[in-house]
Design a binder for this molecule. Structure first.
Ligand code: 9MG
Length: 310
């Protein structure tokens, strides 16, 4: 075992570490991404992790095939998600799947608002509205939406202005390109740095427009202008999005990154969805956006049971 010559140094300094810990061990710790200066490994606060259930109200919804396009079916699905332990319901009236067609403001409003009103009058649950349109944001907030989830990160005209007049949380998601073309040839020189640079710009635009940084939730946007490998790199490096000290959202549920990796159709992606959810939770995700609420809640409970002894 090689020990370097000891010097009198503060026990907390890096030099102290390198003088007293065998080089072999330092290498092993670094390989495992463990900071040996930390007395105990950094704990994940599982109690603050929220499960967001997906409720798409689009006729071509990518994984429910439009099953829940009517009000009645939507409410039934909410009832089930509530029984399964959901924390937030995310209603989306515009499909953002690759190549999806655009939807008019009128059409999106007619899909989202009646369902939002019905949920709010029947259930005690937080509702997020997945939209990029200022008018849909404004109408939703008027009808008691608790959060806005924008895959275009408030880049559309009027969005920042509308949200600056409220105090609800907002999710800013990263996407390269637009849903119509985003999967054609995604390309980055350093995907993590480019996404963090995007977050920095959007946080600054929000701040200048009167939205406090504390209201923002960041999301690297799995599947939005990323190849399969790029998606898995994001998952591996997910903790790097903690740089801004903000909450993070992770949405990998049933996505093509899982389907293509495992060669599984939309109904066979549960194992991949849960594994990726757990990986992002362990790296600091605060909200997990999923189709399979019951299974995700169970996975989270299991993580919490283990964490009690760590
Ligand atoms: C609407 N939508 C579809 N996928 C998503 C994801 O990964 N994150 C967020 N925030 N919204 C999404």
């Amino acid at each position: 075992m090689i020990r370097l010559k000891p010097y009198r140094l503060e026990p907390s300094s890096k030099a102290f570490l390198f003088n007293y810990i065998p080089i072999r061990l330092i290498k092993a710790l670094h390989l495992n991404n463990i900071n040996p200066l930390q007395k105990t490994p950094k704990r994940v606060d599982y109690s603050s992790v929220k499960v967001m259930g997906i409720l798409n109200v689009t006729p071509d919804s990518f994984s429910d095939g439009g099953k829940f396009s009517s009000l009645e079916k939507g409410l039934k699905q909410v009832d089930k998600m509530m029984a399964d332990g959901v924390d937030i319901i995310d209603i989306g009236g515009e499909s953002t799947r690759p190549g999806a067609e655009k939807v008019s403001e009128k059409e999106e409003l007619s899909r989202v608002i009646p369902l939002l009103k019905a949920i709010k009058s029947r259930f005690n649950v937080d509702v997020s509205i997945d939209t990029s349109k200022a008018i849909v944001m404004a109408e939703s907030i008027e009808h008691s939406a608790d959060m806005i989830n924008d895959v275009r990160a408030l880049q559309n005209e009027g969005c920042i202005n509308i949200l600056a007049q409220t105090n609800i949380p907002i999710c800013l998601m990263h996407m390269q390109g637009l849903p119509e073309t985003m999967q054609e040839n995604p390309s980055y020189s350093n995907i993590i740095e480019e996404i963090n640079c995007f977050f920095e710009n959007r946080i600054s635009a929000c701040h200048q427009g009167g939205i406090n940084k504390e209201r923002l939730i960041l999301d690297p946007g799995f599947g939005f202008g990323k190849t399969i490998d790029q998606n898995f790199e994001l998952l591996a490096e997910y903790s790097q999005f903690k740089r801004f000290g903000l909450s993070l959202l992770s949405g990998t549920s049933r996505k093509s990154m899982i389907g293509n990796l495992l060669n599984r159709n939309i109904k066979q992606r549960l194992a991949g969805s849960l594994t990726s959810a757990i990986i992002s939770i362990q790296q600091g995700a605060n909200i997990i956006r999923v189709h399979d609420v019951q299974e995700t809640v169970d996975a989270l409970k299991t993580l919490k049971a283990v964490a009690k002894f760590q």
